[in-house]
Write a protein of this length. Structure first.
Length: 452
């Protein structure tokens, strides 16, 4: 165990605790008197000195000190435990990172090894102060310029139960940021551990201890990387879903606007028909009425579709296909207007499939897209086909992976089919990829059963 007399130990520990508390105060926007913070730092250092006199695994005393400081922050500074934990983790990681850089660098400049520094109480104090002064000065600048970390600030300010979801989101973001810093700290810890082992400063620091610490550090870094990657994937997926929902809202708005336009122009249609009849242009009257009937019947068919979001989306896709010169046929048959999955999921399925189909059909000389949706007592069957290029077998294995796309990566996220697969799996559905019956191309067939 690394043992120091009380006075030299306080010369190292008190400035370190004082810097940590100062960083936390600036991060959370709290203000306390200097004497109070010094007293708190002295109390923390005395606890740390007591813990160090107890035989335990290397590094445990530092963890216990951080836990005690979190308790002090909640008791004396009236911080919530989430804010205290987040701020203390960030401050401790920054302190450990700075120490791992400054101490070896200064030792290299003065041609000293770690054993000489640790064995001499005066050198230990002198080599500890530079990075603490640097962090204190940096924290002072941050305080004067009123730079605040938004995550910690908002986490400490949001207390209303009505915005509990916002608190949860802020805590996750702070947690993500802490994980990124933890990965950097693990690298520093590995360097310090190897440095301590090779220097022979601690007789009890054996090769087995080094292996254990290295294994723990690598495991923590790996887990942090996994959590960060998982969180980023969730963020990307959520953004893609929100973008899809926003597009569907716009499509519903366009359908409502189209209905309003048709209603507004109905008087004009009657005037035109009356003019044709009055002038004796019966053939033109018949053609005009047939075209108007087709438009009205199409809108009436859309209005009968439930959920309305699906109708709005089909209307928008029909206009998109018309503008792109794509022949688009759709047929919706729902018994009792009931479906075995939430309307939002159905809209996501249809929307993403049609987006891919309309894009793929452009490769054909006479592009065509067909959609058939049937819902009955057996479940829901959705077919979307296009006469674009056939999908090779080696590509089929990857098209449902997150981020995979064969299109322009600047315009496509590669998450459309991934979201489709997630929805199908969530509802115990099945997906088939085959060639359409009426023409060559690609057809996606989705089956969603009723869950009793």
């Amino acid at each position: 165990m690394d043992f120091m007399p009380l006075i030299p130990f306080l010369g190292v520990s008190v400035p370190e605790s004082l810097t940590l508390y100062y960083m936390v105060l600036v991060l959370t926007g709290k203000k306390e008197s200097l004497l109070f913070v010094i007293a708190l730092s002295l109390l923390t250092s005395l606890f740390s000195f007591t813990v160090r006199s107890i035989p335990m695994v290397f590094g445990i005393h530092s963890i216990l000190q951080v836990i005690l400081m979190v308790i002090f922050l909640t008791l004396f500074l009236k911080l919530t435990w989430r804010t205290a934990v987040a701020a203390m983790i960030l401050a401790s990681v920054v302190l450990g990172f700075a120490e791992g850089i400054f101490v070896p660098f200064l030792a290299w400049i003065f041609s000293l090894d770690l054993e000489q520094i640790i064995s001499d109480p005066l050198l230990r104090i002198l080599f500890t102060l530079p990075h603490l002064l640097f962090l204190a000065a940096l924290t002072h600048i941050v305080s004067k310029r009123q730079w605040r970390l938004p995550l910690i600030t908002r986490l400490s300010e949001v207390n209303d139960e009505a915005v509990k979801g916002t608190k949860r989101q802020l805590f996750r973001q702070t947690y993500l940021f802490a994980l990124c810093l933890v990965q950097a700290l693990m690298l520093v810890l590995l360097k310090i551990s190897f440095y301590a082992y090779t220097s022979g400063v601690y007789p009890s620091f054996t090769l087995d201890t080094l292996v254990e610490i290295s294994s723990i550090a690598l495991l923590v870094a790996a887990l942090a990387t996994i959590f960060v990657a998982s969180y980023l994937l969730q963020v990307i997926e959520r953004e893609a879903r929100l973008e899809s929902e926003l597009r569907h809202v716009k499509e519903r708005h366009n359908l409502n606007l189209r209905l309003q336009v048709e209603r507004h122009d109905f008087y004009n249609h009657l005037t035109a028909i009356y003019g044709f009849v009055k002038a004796g242009y019966y053939a033109q009257t018949e053609t005009y009425i047939e075209n108007l009937y087709q438009t009205v019947r199409q809108i009436a068919s859309l209005l009968k579709i439930n959920p309305p979001g699906l109708a709005a989306m089909l209307s928008a896709k029909q206009e998109e296909a018309k503008m792109g010169g794509i022949e688009f046929h759709w047929q919706v048959n729902m018994q009792s207007n009931t479906i075995p999955l939430p309307p939002e999921d159905l809209t996501h399925l249809v929307g993403n499939l049609l987006d891919n189909a309309l894009e793929a059909a452009k490769a054909s000389c006479s592009p065509r897209v067909d959609l058939t949706l049937t819902s009955n007592k057996l479940g829901l069957e959705l077919k979307v086909s296009n006469n674009g290029n056939f999908i090779p077998q080696n590509v089929r294995q990857n098209i449902f992976a997150a981020g995979y796309t064969t299109k322009d990566e600047n315009r496509h996220s590669g998450l459309g089919l991934y979201i489709i697969k997630q929805i199908i799996d969530r509802h115990d559905g099945r997906l088939e990829l085959k060639e359409p019956e009426n023409f060559s191309g690609v057809e996606f067939v989705i089956y969603i059963p009723w869950n009793s």
